[in-house]
Design a binder for this molecule. Structure first.
Ligand SMILES: Nc1ncnc2c1ncn2[C@@H]1O[C@H](COP(=O)(O)OP(=O)(O)OP(=O)(O)O)[C@@H](O)[C@H]1O
Ligand SMILES: O=c1ccn([C@@H]2O[C@H](COP(=O)(O)O)[C@@H](O)[C@H]2O)c(=O)[nH]1
Ligand SMILES: [Mg+2]
Length: 259
């Protein structure tokens, strides 16, 4: 699968990968073949290896899905968009379908037991050891429920920071027919993000596994100093503004060690 991926690389992607080789000292082909060498199961014992999990966080329209696609193409991760997993449930006759539909329409958060079960199932079904979990955990309750079931924390947490006005603009221009891409739901999603998701981001920041620091700048200025003072060493800034290419340039160094 990865070999086929390489042959399908467009010339612009190849150029970008070559630039990466120069900038970060690794070879794009190595990255793809590492995907082959990093299956979910141990080659000798056949036992399931601990997945290498990255949580991708950010407000609505901050560019999580867009950047996940690039990380997948470059570093051989499997992308689990939790929003997409939930949307599939709506159309799959699941007992929770109508509850999920209502919750998404309202911009609220689906109960942890539902999302954690879906994530666990998707990780177990993946043949890849590298997993991007996009859009989860949305709340402290989500985070604790995931840790209780999985027994582990994520290896990396990314946070795409974006001003509210830009996020709203992107969501309203998305044009993918999502039922929550309207001004009323977006307003609610922003409120939920601020009240329930920011505490999760702050938690990971304190643990030193958050690859983003200056988010506080846009949300709670008084806390910038404390957090950046405590966690300067472990943090890398991902500003979610600018072009998709510019943002991906900020993401690349975080995964460069994964050869
Ligand atoms: N850097 C960018 N500049 C302008 N538009 C962008 C940028 N990155 C993504 N977009 C566009 O903004 C919209 C939202 O992006 P995306 O779907 O990746 O966000 P998201 O964080 O996954 O949002 P959600 O939480 O609602 O799923 C898409 O239409 C995407 O094409
Ligand atoms: O962990 C999650 C993830 C998502 N939701 C609900 O889905 C929508 C859409 O999610 P996107 O990540 O923007 O695709 C979100 O607003 C929530 O209603 C959730 O409850 N829990
Ligand atoms: Mg998304």
């Amino acid at each position: 699968m990865w070999k086929r991926g390489i042959s399908m690389l467009s010339s612009s992607k190849s150029r970008l990968l070559n630039q990466m080789q120069v900038a970060y000292g690794f070879n794009a082909c190595q990255v793809f073949s590492t995907g082959l060498l990093n299956p979910a199961e141990d080659a000798v014992s056949g036992a399931r290896r601990k997945p290498f999990v990255t949580f991708v966080l950010g407000g609505p329209g901050s560019g999580k899905g867009t950047q996940c696609t690039r990380i997948v193409n470059t570093f051989g991760f499997t992308h689990l968009s939790v929003g997409d997993l939930l949307r599939k449930e709506i159309y799959s006759d699941s007992e929770n379908g109508s509850m999920i539909l209502d919750t998404i329409k309202e911009g609220k958060i689906v109960p942890s037991e539902v999302t954690v079960k879906l994530i666990k199932k998707a990780i177990e079904a993946s043949e890849n050891n590298r997993i991007l979990v996009d859009g989860f955990p949305r709340s402290e309750e989500n985070r604790v429920a995931y840790e209780r079931v999985g027994g582990v924390e994520p290896d990396i947490v990314l946070f795409f920071d974006c001003p509210k006005e830009e996020m709203v603009k992107r969501v309203l221009n998305r044009n993918q027919g999502r039922i929550d891409d309207n001004i009323d739901t977006v307003k609610e999603r922003l409120t939920v993000f601020e009240e329930l998701n920011l505490p999760v981001i702050k938690y990971y920041s304190k643990k030193g596994i958050l690859h983003k620091m200056l988010f506080i700048l846009r949300w709670k200025e008084d806390e910038i100093h404390t957090l950046s003072h405590l966690h300067k060493k472990q943090s890398a800034y991902i500003d979610g503004t600018g072009t998709e290419d510019e943002i991906f340039e900020r993401v690349l160094p975080i995964f460069a060690a994964l050869r």
